[in-house]
Each structure stands twice: as structure tokens, then as C-alpha cells.
Design a protein around this ligand. Structure first.
Ligand code: NAI
Length: 315
């Protein structure tokens, strides 16, 4: 297999001052790409800020012979997202890759989640991913090439208690990726999302917040996990999705304890009513098992319209 290279490519990795983002940025640089290392440099809840986290990773990349520049604008503002892209263009002339990775965490049950916490989490994860997509879009479109990797989470796709805003943002990111993939394909902009699993500053905070409240959270990771919760275990899948070698788009992928897998939303064949009059509530109740039955497989529509075609094709 030929080595996957980022020679001549320019990437932006947000939240790359630590954890997963740092590992992603290092890997792109190691493979010849020029990287804008963005990190707000604040605390795990997104408060405060400094240049030092991004600068430390840039130093690391330069010491290893790579090319990188530091940026500590916030992805949680329009101005910040535009400044991030403008800096990448000013320093390196273009943007080929965007890894939307920056994130914060404010854990509480839904009834104890304040408006401020909800808004901050959505603004950083979901709205930040949108605003950066919007800011890189004209550049990627003009050059007919782009790779955007979004960072979703099993906490949103599958669910977890105490992460209302976070879970909603992460599921929303999968929805954003679906739309970006459809809009981007004809322009050579391929979009996919990663659901990582790693021990990081954020994961340690989550474990502390959940301690004694969520079953199993206080138990040590079983020996069978080996080192697979290190951020670096997630990077190969992220960087494959960010590379020219990847021709896939519109995909959601989980990297969990060394296992890489496609995750999808599918629909069961379900129960088909006649189409001239709506079914009754009792009809739904009577066919509940059929509606939920996964034994006969499932369909994976790749656009809203495709669901219509699939249903009609079944008769
Ligand atoms: P982390 O806390 O080490 O990294 C997040 C980084 O984003 C931090 O360095 C932080 O300073 C930066 N950041 C926060 N707000 C920012 C802003 N407004 N602008 C720019 N940078 C900002 O945590 P980790 O685990 O490396 O998280 C990376 C991504 O992976 C996040 O989106 C997280 O939600 C996601 N994720 C992580 C999982 C895990 O198991 N660690 C599981 C699922 C998703």
C-alpha cells in the first residue's frame, strides 16, 4: 500500500492544543502537510484563553521537521472562524483539509442545564463546525478539492445521561455532515464524521463529573483495552478521512477501543399502510412489532428524497 501523503496540502485542525486534535495535527504534519494549529487555550468548559496550547503543539511539529502555525481564535464566534481560515490562507495560501475537532464540556442533567451552558456547548461544537465549514467552503469550491472531518460522539449518536447540549450538538454535527456531504460532492469536497473514544482532558473531566452518578464510570478500564484509549488510536481513521486517498463521503465512523467501524442510521422495512387514507392510532399499535423489527434488514437512505424512492420501491 502506497504511503498516504499530505505533501502540498494545507490543513486546519481546531482544538489541536491537546488530546485528539494535537494527535491529528501532528500526523498531518508528519505526512508533509502544513497545519494551522488552532486552540482557544481555555479550560475544559471553554472559559478563558491563551496562545500557549496552540504554540506548544506548533513547537512540537517544528521540532519534528514539520510546518505549522498557531492560532488561538475561538471557533465559537463568526469572527473567530473567519480569522482561522484567513490565517491559514495568509500563511499557507490555501485550505485543503478542515478537521472540526474543538470542543468543550459542561455536564449536568437536563433539568440542571442552564441556558448559558447549553448555548456555549452548542456554539462551540455545532455552530462552530458550521461556521468553519461556511468559511472554508468558497476556497475548497474554487479549487475543486476539500476534505472536512467532523467530530461527532457516541454520547449524541447513541446517547448518554448528563450531556444534553453536548449530545444534541454531536448528533447535530452528524446532520451537518450529511448536508455538507451532499452539497460538497460535485465540488470535490468530501465530508465525513468521526466518533472517537479517548482519554483526554475532556474525558477526565467527564469521568469526574459522572463519578458516583453513572453506573460503571468509576470502574477502571479492563486490561483488554490495552492502550487503545490513547488519542493516537483515533488519529489514523481521522487522517484517512482527511486524505486524498479517501474517496468516501457522507459517512459516520466510530473508532472505539481499536475497532474502526461505519455507523449509520437505517430504517427497517417497517409496516406499509395503504396510501389513500391515514392509518389509525390503533393500526400503529397493532403493527408495532413490525415497525420495530430489524430481522428483515434495513435501508440506509443517503438523502431525504432517497427514502421516498426506497419506500415506493418496496410497493
Ligand atoms: P480536549 O479537551 O483535550 O480537546 C478539546 C480542545 O478544544 C481543547 O484543547 C480546547 O482548548 C479546545 N477548544 C475548546 N473550545 C474551543 C474554542 N472555542 N475554539 C478553539 N478551541 C477550543 O478533548 P478531546 O477529547 O481531545 O476532544 C476533541 C474532540 O473529540 C471534541 O470535539 C470532543 O467532543 C470529541 N470527542 C471526544 C471523545 C473522547 O472520548 N475523548 C469522545 C467523543 C467525542
Amino acid at each position: 500500500m502506497r504511503r498516504i501523503s499530505f505533501d502540498g496540502r494545507v490543513g486546519i485542525v481546531t482544538g489541536a492544543g491537546g488530546g485528539l486534535g494535537r494527535a491529528h495535527a501532528l500526523e498531518i504534519a508528519l505526512r508533509g502537510g502544513k497545519v494551522l494549529v488552532n486552540d482557544l487555550g481555555g479550560d475544559v468548559a471553554g472559559r478563558g484563553g491563551s496562545a500557549s496550547m496552540a504554540e506548544t503543539v506548533v513547537e512540537e511539529i517544528r521540532k519534528a521537521g514539520g510546518t505549522a502555525a498557531a492560532n488561538h481564535d475561538s471557533v465559537a464566534s463568526t469572527q473567530g472562524c473567519e480569522a482561522i481560515v484567513a490565517q491559514a490562507i495568509a500563511e499557507f495560501g490555501k485550505v485543503d483539509v478542515l478537521v472540526n475537532n474543538a470542543g468543550i464540556m459542561r455536564n449536568a442533567t437536563l433539568e440542571n442545564t442552564s441556558d448559558e451552558d447549553w448555548d456555549a456547548v452548542i456554539a462551540t461544537h455545532l455552530t462552530g463546525s458550521f461556521k468553519l465549514t461556511r468559511a472554508v467552503w468558497p476556497h475548497m469550491k474554487a479549487q475543486g478539492y476539500g476534505r472536512i472531518v467532523y467530530t461527532a460522539s457516541s454520547a449524541g449518536i447513541f446517547g448518554n445521561p448528563m450531556v444534553g447540549g453536548y449530545g444534541a450538538a454531536k448528533a447535530g454535527i452528524a446532520g451537518l455532515m450529511n448536508v455538507a456531504a451532499l452539497e460538497g460532492e460535485s465540488h470535490g469536497i468530501l465530508c465525513n464524521a468521526l466518533m472517537p473514544h479517548a482519554i483526554s482532558r475532556m474525558a477526565m473531566q467527564a469521568a469526574a463529573d459522572w463519578a458516583g452518578k453513572l453506573e460503571g464510570i468509576d470502574e477502571p478500564m479492563p486490561d483488554a483495552c490495552g492502550n487503545s484509549m490513547n488519542p493516537e488510536f483515533n488519529t489514523p481513521l481521522a487522517i484517512y478521512l482527511a486524505s486524498e486517498a479517501c474517496t468516501a463521503t457522507h459517512g459516520l465512523f466510530s473508532q472505539c477501543l481499536g475497532r474502526a467501524a461505519r455507523v449509520f442510521i437505517g430504517a427497517t422495512p417497517g409496516w406499509q399502510a395503504q396510501r389513500q387514507a391515514p392509518p389509525s392510532v390503533e393500526d400503529i399499535a397493532a403493527h408495532w412489532d413490525e415497525i420495530c423489527d430489524t430481522a428483515n434488514g434495513f435501508d440506509i437512505p443517503l438523502a431525504a428524497r432517497q427514502e421516498h424512492e426506497i419506500v415506493l420501491s418496496r410497493g
